[in-house]
Every structure is written in structure tokens, then in C-alpha cells.
Design a protein around this ligand. Structure first.
Ligand SMILES: [Zn+2]
Length: 399
């Protein structure tokens, strides 16, 4: 750490201040649906403003705003500049039906743990990135490249916020990105894709006492499910992500015991590995569905409800190498890169920007979407150290 101001920024990291800021974000309900993330975006903007940094809200839908901020680099205009983007989402999943032992919006502290919806996924990561930016600024670190922060809406449902950022070209100058989704401060460089399908069979209704007069849509779907059990994906085993998976999530059909059902719907959650074409999978399954429907005289269709590609960055990429070196410099340990099954805004940013993307956040991946979600405060503070050091190392500093 050559630059004394970077050390100064590290020394500014203050546990009480960091915990208070995270508590403030946890106290704001941004459960999605509906999201209502604007209040979170405002809290981040106001926090940055108090530190002398400006941030802008960008309303994507009524009551739902992304928040964007930047530490502009000192590099000469027009010169090829490095731009590092810190990104995280502002929404959370619902608190669920299982009662919590801790108030989901209370930010209760027990020892080294802070409880609340979003502590892990991922207001902890968002707060840490904002604080890293603030401490760099307060310590007077002059970055040569530009550091951006983007807080997005809607990741838990449809990546609405990231789609808006991409379509408006708001981070098109990015040369690298970090997303602070939960990784227990380990470097993740790949995640699976998500393909959510809705299969529908259409039959012909009839009185339940005369089933031969109708076409049973549930029977057709049952045959499709049977076929799915022996369905195998075409793919190449991925060293970090392994194999694709498929889950049957919801089945709906029929109206009454004595009526032949004329419609049945099934939803599928398919998680893919890099290299799999989602359109090919959809086409394959449609063919399979049509094959079982035809002899019964049933009709069918397949609809796509979510389509996010898998994302991967080569572990040899200099930015990933630098991330690992940063971890080693800070804590003296070699932490191997890995991959995760959940998806992130990287599914939107990756294909759009074509830059290396690191997923690194203080949360616990296994606690995401669970009751009594918590974050370890030590790990949260360590993530601030990591973001701050990585930004200085990657973007370069002037004394
Ligand atoms: Zn998340």
C-alpha cells in the first residue's frame, strides 16, 4: 500500500458508523414485490451527500429508483481510463411465512451478528461499497481511474434496474465490475443462468362421468412430467458450476372433481451453465411437450418468464488476479475462485458490457432468502477494506 492516503482511508473505517448505516438501510422496507426502492436510494444519496459526494436518483418506475454516484478519476480527458463499477441491488425478497426470532427491519445486533432482511442479500454489500467510496473520498485519495457506484432496483424479480442502466448506457465506460452479492468474502467469478418456463396444455372439457368426450389437460401434463424425468441437457460440464438443474415449481389445473380439465399449467426453473443456449432448451422442451400432447388430441404452448444467461470471467483475467492478490495482501491467504448457483445483475451487465465481473460480498450465500437473515459484522468491515484497496490498486492513485 504505497499511498499514505489509502492507509488513511483504511483507518477511517469505523464499526459503529458502518453498523448504523447498514441499520438505516435495513429499517427501510424494500421487499420486492413491490420493491419501493426509492427510499433506500434516497438514504444512500443522503449519506454520500453528508460526506461531500453527489449521487443521483434515476426513477425506473414510480417509487422505484436506481442510485448512481462516482468518484471521478484524475486521468486526463480522452486518455484511455479505467472505470471500476461497484454494483448491488436495493430490493429484498419478502420476509416469508416462517416467523422470525429477530425483527426483520430492526437491525438487532447479537455479538458479531446483525440481523434483518437484506443484511446478507444484499444491503450489507451495498452499504460496504458506499462506505468504501466515502472513505476514499474523505481520506483525499486521488484515483486516476473512475470509481462508480450503482444501486439497482428489482434484481430479486426481473433485474429491472440493471436493465435500465444497460439500456441507458449509464455504465458503458466500465472496464471492470464488482457485484457485492453474498459470497462470504470469497471471489466468485461465475454464476449459473436462469431460464424459467411456463408449459401449458389445453384439452377439451366434458362431464367427469364421460371422460371419453373430453381431452384431459392434466393427463397430458402428467405425461410431460414423466418425460422430463428422463430428459437430459446438452452441455459441457463447467469446472466451477458443474451441471445444469431443473425444478418443477408449480402445477395448476382443473376446476372440479367431476369436470374434465381443459387446461393445466406447469412452471419450470432451469439453471444453466455457460455455453447452453436458452432458446435451444426452450425449443427442445416445446417439442417434447407437443409429442406427448399430440396422441391425446391436446394443444400446448411454452412461455418464457425469465431468461438470464450464465456468466463467467476467466480466472486468468488480470482483474481477477488482482482481486486475489488484494485478498492475499490484506489477509495473507490464498482464496480460490469459485462459482455460484444463484443469478445476479451480472446476467444483464455481462453480455452488455463484456468486462470482467467479480462477485464478492460480505453476506452468507446460504442465508439469502431465509428467515433470521444475518451478517457477520467483522466480515462486513473486511469487505469495506477489500473494496477500498481493490479500487485503489485497480484504478491507480496519485499522491
Ligand atoms: Zn441478491
Amino acid at each position: 500500500m504505497g499511498n499514505p492516503n489509502v492507509q488513511k482511508a483504511m483507518d477511517l473505517i469505523n464499526e459503529q458508523e458502518a453498523v448504523n448505516f447498514l441499520r438505516e438501510l435495513i429499517a427501510i422496507n424494500s421487499v420486492n414485490p413491490p420493491g419501493a426502492e426509492t427510499a433506500v436510494a434516497e438514504a444512500i444519496r443522503d449519506h454520500l451527500a453528508a460526506a461531500g459526494l453527489s449521487a443521483e436518483l434515476d426513477e425506473v418506475e414510480p417509487g422505484r429508483s436506481n442510485v448512481l454516484s462516482a468518484l471521478t478519476g484524475t486521468g486526463a480527458e480522452g486518455e484511455e481510463q479505467r472505470v471500476l463499477v461497484f454494483s448491488g441491488h436495493l430490493d429484498t425478497v419478502p420476509t416469508g411465512n416462517i416467523p422470525w426470532q429477530h425483527d426483520p427491519f430492526g437491525g438487532e445486533r447479537v455479538g458479531n451478528k446483525l440481523y434483518g432482511r437484506g443484511t446478507t442479500d444484499m444491503k450489507g454489500g451495498v452499504a460496504a461499497m458506499v462506505l468504501a467510496m466515502e472513505y476514499l473520498h474523505r481520506a483525499g485519495v486521488k484515483l486516476q481511474g473512475t470509481l462508480r457506484f450503482v444501486g439497482t432496483v428489482g434484481e430479486e424479480v426481473d433485474c429491472l434496474g440493471a436493465k435500465a442502466v444497460a439500456s441507458k448506457g449509464q455504465v458503458n465506460d466500465a472496464t471492470a465490475m464488482v457485484i457485492s452479492e453474498p459470497s462470504t468474502n470469497r471471489p466468485f467469478i461465475a454464476h449459473k443462468g436462469a431460464l424459467w418456463l411456463e408449459a401449458v396444455t389445453y384439452g377439451k372439457t366434458a362431464h367427469g362421468s364421460m371422460p371419453d368426450q373430453g381431452v384431459n389437460a392434466i393427463t397430458a401434463m402428467a405425461r410431460f412430467i414423466h418425460e422430463l424425468e428422463s430428459y437430459s441437457f446438452t452441455y459441457e460440464h463447467h469446472p466451477l458450476l458443474g451441471s445444469p438443474t431443473m425444478n418443477i415449481g408449480v402445477i395448476q389445473g382443473g376446476v372440479k372433481t367431476n369436470v374434465v380439465p381443459d387446461q393445466c399449467t406447469l412452471t419450470l426453473d432451469i439453471r444453466t451453465v455457460p455455453g447452453q443456449e436458452h432458446a435451444l432448451i426452450t425449443g427442445d422442451l416445446h417439442k417434447l411437450l407437443a409429442q406427448v400432447c399430440e396422441p391425446l388430441g391436446a394443444q400446448c404452448e411454452i412461455r418464457v418468464s425469465n431468461d438470464l444467461p450464465a456468466v463467467t470471467t476467466a480466472k486468468e483475467h488480470p482483474f481477477i488476479q488482482l482481486s486475489q492478490e488484494t485478498i492475499k495482501n490484506l489477509w495473507g491467504t490464498d482464496v480460490p475462485v469459485s462459482g455460484v448457483n444463484y443469478y445476479t445483475d451480472a446476467s444483464i451487465y455481462g453480455p452488455h458490457l463484456g468486462v470482467p465481473i467479480l462477485i464478492y460480498g460480505p453476506g452468507e450465500p446460504t442465508l439469502a432468502h431465509q428467515p433470521d437473515e444475518w451478517i457477520e459484522i467483522d466480515r462486513y468491515l473486511d469487505s469495506i477494506r477489500f473494496y477500498l484497496t481493490l479500487a485503489a490498486a485497480y484504478l491507480g492513485t496519485e499522491v
